[in-house]
Design a protein around this ligand. Sequence first.
Ligand code: FAD
Length: 556
Amino acid sequence: MKLLIVGGVAGGASAAARARRLSEDAQIVLIERGPDVSFANCGLPYYLGGEIAERDKLLVVTPERLRTRYKLDVRVRTSVEAINREGKKVRVRDLASARDYEESYDKLILAPGAAPLRPQLPGIDLPGIFTLRNLQDVDRIKERIDQGVRQAVVVGAGFIGLELVENFVRRGIAATVVELQDQVLPPFDKEMTTPIAEHLAAKGVCLLLGQSAEAFEQGPAGLVVRLKSGQTLPAQLVVLGVGVRPENKLAVAAGLEVGPRGGIRVNEHLQTSDPDIYAVGDAIEVKDFVTGEPAQVPLAGPANRQGRIAADHIFGRAVRYRGTQGTAIVRVFERTTALTGASEKVLRRANRPYRKVYVHPTHHAGYYPGAEVMTLKLLFEPQTGRVLGAQAVGGAGVDKRIDVLAVAIQAGLTVFDLEEMELAYSPQYGSAKDPINMAGFVASGLLRGDHPQVDVEAVLAVPSPQRPFLADVRTAPEYAAGHLPEAVNIPLDELRSRLGELPRGREIAVYCQVGQRGYLATRILKQAGFQAANIGGGYKTYQLLLPNTKGVCGTG
Ligand code: FAD
C-alpha cells in the first residue's frame, strides 16, 4: 500500500501517524508546502502575546521525528500541484529547486486545510496588513510589532480575531476590532456574547460592530483603515480575521465534488467522490451532527479525528465519521465562552422546533471563596427533550459544562438525563446541584408543565394592552435599580399576602433576577389558580438581550 497525504499539519499528520500504527509495511508519503509539519496553529496568538515564550514550543513534532519514529517519507517545502486520477499519480513540486516530478499512490488523503480570506479591497496589499495561519505569518507580525506598533486594527471578531486582540493588549498595543455583524463571535447567539463585548470594552478595546473596512491607505503615521461609515482608524498593524476558504483547488481541478461553499464533499468514511481519494480537515464539507445539514467547521479536533478515521478506513476498519458538533471555546481576557451543537439561530434557520432555558449559576458552591457566575443557555427539542445545543459564558468551569453537554448531545441524551447526571462535587469544583443539573431541572420542569416559562423577547413583543401582566418578584431595591417596562413589584416574600393585587383571567409573566424566585412565585400563583409563567433566566437574561448593535469603545 502506498499512501500519499497532502498537507502535514492537523489532519494530515494525524492520518500519517495513525496509518503507520496500523501498518508497518505501508509506504507513507507526507507532503507539506510549508517548512513545518504538525505545528500548533492554535497557539500562534499566544506566542505573539508572549504567553508562549519560545517559538520552538509551537513545533509539536518535527519532520525528523516523523521520519525516525514513524518511518514516514516527509517532504516539506514541497507542494502537490495536480492529481491525475486515472493514472493514480500526483504532480509534485520541490519548492526549493522548482523541480517537478510525479509520485504514484494507491490511496490519497487530501488535508490541505483552509486559507484565510483576504478580501480584494483597495490597499489590501500595503505592508502591515496580515492574515494569520502559520508560523511564517506569526514571524512577520512579530517583526512588525517589534518595529513599534502603538495601534492595531483587527478586522473580524471571530475566535482568532479576539485571541489576537487579547494578545495585542497584553503587549501594550491599543486595539480596535471592526466586525460586520452586530455581535462578536458570530457562531454564538447574540445575547450570549454581550458579556464578552462588555469585557472587551472594560479592557480598553474599541469594538466597532455592524461596520466594515472598505479601504486601506498609507498615512503619515502608518496605515489608515477606512470604514464604510466614513470613519478612519490609524494603525501600524492590521490583521484580517474574516474567515477561511477551503483549499479546494487540487480537488476542483481533479473533478472531485465540492459543496456550494467550496468544501470538498466526502461520505461518512471521508471518501471524496473518488473512493481512492479521502479528504479531511478544514478543506471538507461535514454533516452538522444536530441538523444533518452540510456545514463547514474549521476546528482542530474534528480535523485530527477525521485524519485518524480516514487512515482507519484505508486500512480496512469499519469506521464512520459521525458529523461535527462545532464544540468550541475561547478565552477573552478573564472571560471564557464556549458552545456545542446547534445555536438558536441555526435551529431557526433550519426550521427546527426548539425550546430554550437560561440559568445563571456559580461555577462551584457559592459559599466557597472564588465562586464565579456563568450564564448557561440550553436548547432542546420540545417533544423529546433531546439536547440540541448549549452555550456558556463566564469564567472558571465554563469548559467543563460545555464538555459535559457536548457528550450529552453526542450520546443523544435529553434534559431529563441532565437532571439525573451524577457529576463530581466538592465545594471547590461544583455544587451538589451542578449547573448541568440546574439546567436539566429548569428545562424538564418546563416540558413537564411544572414550571411554565416564557421568553422575555416573546412577552415584550406583545403590544402593551394585550401583554401579560408583568410581576417583578425581586426586592424593592433590585426593582428600583432597573426593571421591565410596566412591571409591578411584588417581592416574593409578600406574594402570598398580596394575591389580591394580581389580575385573574389574564396571563401573568413573573420574573426575578435569574429565574429561581420567579419559579417559586409561579408555583405559588399556579396553585392559587392564576395563569402564571416564569420569564426564563429572569432580568439577567433580559439585560443580555438588550440591543447593543453599535459596539463599545474603550470604557475601561
Ligand atoms: P491545516 O492545519 O491548515 O493544514 C493544512 C496544511 O496543508 C497547511 O500547512 C498547508 O501548507 C498544506 N497544504 C495545502 N495545500 C497543499 C498542497 N497542495 N501541497 C502541500 N501542502 C499543502 N481550532 C480549534 O479547534 N481550536 C483553536 O483554539 C484554534 N485556534 C486557531 C488559531 C489560529 C491562529 C489558527 C490559524 C487556527 C486555529 N484553529 C483552532 C483551527 C485549526 O488550526 C484548524 O482547524 C486545523 O489546523 C485544520 O487542520 P487541517 O489539517 O485541515 O489544515
